[in-house]
Design a protein around this ligand. Structure first.
Ligand code: LLP
Length: 425
């Protein structure tokens, strides 16, 4: 995190708390989140786009504290399940500021959204339109957006590219499905269509794809106005803003986004003689990712086939991202001084498969040994939220740091937690 501070003796402090102290107190593996950094990153989007709605994408990382921070910083929240929705509601998050997503919303997702009164439901398929409308009580109207696919390829990996047809999300503009869905929503008196939504993908490093998407969406908006006589007050451009996992990697700046993408929207709407819709953005990773650090302890070091393996007490159960997307991380030894020259090592987890690799060929001091603490920065998004209990290893705890103090947010999943679910014979 930006707040990380080198301490004498080879330790590193985050939020004013030494990482080794956190590893001792909460055990390893554990995740540490810097509250001030989350808040500062949330505020950066609000400041860059003061007239827009900034909806934090809770799938990146959500817990009660996170809901409160996002609420206090004036952001909205993007959720994609009844679970995330119930958590937010339980914390008193204003339902009006919640956007519900999902390509396959269950009846429970939709009923929960209507019961709690979420601000927007994002329509992701044609069949969902009548299903949702049928659940809206007589006399009420649910505000919705239609998620469209503009045909813009962007994102770090095929698994997170959603801007082109041929994947499961949204309704393609090119094939006419988007327009057809808009027409159907307009025919539902219990649904109020307030605008279009698109989400291009994730870990997008530059702004060009967003600019292209704006052009295509404004063209569609003009066609809808011409054909159906409708204009919409909102436009949700989704999230996807990359963070640097390693030194030197690109991360878009909210100010630059506001100028380029906001500017393009105003320009193109002007040209098409359309009212400029209010923008919504949905950053997840950009807000939570850089604020988190994963801490592990080394359990074993071995040589095999000319490679050195450093095995730690976590792995693909708390961070499946290297295995899923081939993501590369930085790893740092913390907590003791060493003059040993760095050597290329592969940091692996404790799970029972050879693909359980956290970081391949990263430089670590040659004398790294069992008991050492390793820190992985940029671990605040899509780690804890994607963690599993593979091999019946409980999911790690999450601690928050701020002003030199640490507190537990989410406790470690215990064997009793896991056994408790196992109720059959
Ligand atoms: N809005 C929608 C509709 C989304 O589907 C997503 C992410 C976001 C916003 C937030 O995207 P972000 O700003 O965080 O990139 N597990 C993958 C990432 C999956 C992203 C899914 N949707 C990973 O670990 O890279």
């Amino acid at each position: 995190p930006a707040s990380a501070q080198a301490l004498p003796g080879g330790d590193l402090a985050v939020g004013g708390v030494p990482l080794t102290e956190l590893a001792d107190r909460f055990g390893t593996p554990c995740y540490v989140v810097d509250e001030d950094e989350v808040r500062a990153r949330a505020r950066a989007w609000r400041a860059a786009l003061p007239d827009a709605e900034v909806a934090y994408a809770g799938k990146a990382f959500l817990c009660r504290a996170m809901v409160h921070w996002i609420e206090e910083e004036g952001l909205s929240l993007d959720v994609c399940s009844a679970g995330e929705l119930e958590l937010a509601a339980h914390c008193g998050f204003p339902a009006e500021r919640i956007v519900l997503h999902g390509n396959a919303k269950s009846p429970e997702d939709l009923r929960t959204a209507l019961r709690l009164g979420v601000g927007r439901v994002v329509i992701d398929s044609t069949g969902e339109i009548a299903r949702l409308a049928a659940l809206v009580p007589a006399g009420a109207r649910q505000r919705v957006l239609v998620r469209v696919v503009p045909g813009v390829a962007a994102g770090a990996h095929a698994a997170v590219r959603t801007g082109v047809a041929g994947q499961k999300f949204g309704l393609p503009v090119a094939g006419g499905e988007a327009e057809d869905a808009v027409e159907r929503v307009l025919g539902q008196p219990r649904l109020e269509l307030v605008g279009l939504h698109c989400h291009l993908g994730s870990q997008i490093t530059d702004l060009d794809p967003y600019v292209t998407a704006v052009r295509r969406l404004v063209t569609l908006l003009a066609r809808l106005r011409d054909k159906h006589g409708v204009t919409f007050p909102e436009l949700d451009l989704g999230g996807g803003f990359a963070i640097a996992y390693r030194d030197g990697e690109a991360s878009p700046d909210p100010g630059a986004y506001a100028r380029r993408v906001g500017g393009e929207l105003a320009l193109r709407c002007g040209e098409a003689d359309l009212p400029v819709p209010r923008l919504t953005v949905e950053p997840g990773r950009w807000i939570a990712g850089p604020a988190g650090v994963a801490l592990y302890r080394v359990l074993a070091v071995k040589r095999s086939g000319n490679r050195t393996f450093v095995a730690v007490d976590g792995g693909m159960s708390d961070n499946p991202r290297p295995a899923l997307y081939g993501v590369r991380y930085t790893v740092r030894l913390v907590g003791r001084p060493t003059a040993a020259p760095a050597r290329a090592m592969t940091v692996v987890g404790r799970h029972c498969e050879a693909g359980d690799v956290l970081a391949e060929d990263v430089p670590l001091p040659g004398d790294v040994r069992p008991g050492d603490v390793l820190a992985v920065p940029a671990a605040g998004a899509y780690h804890v939220s994607m963690a599993s209990a593979y091999n019946l290893v409980g999911r790690p705890p999450v601690a928050a740091v701020r002003d030199g103090r640490a507190r537990l947010l989410v406790r470690r999943e215990t064997l009793d937690d896991l056994r408790g679910r196992d109720v059959g014979v």
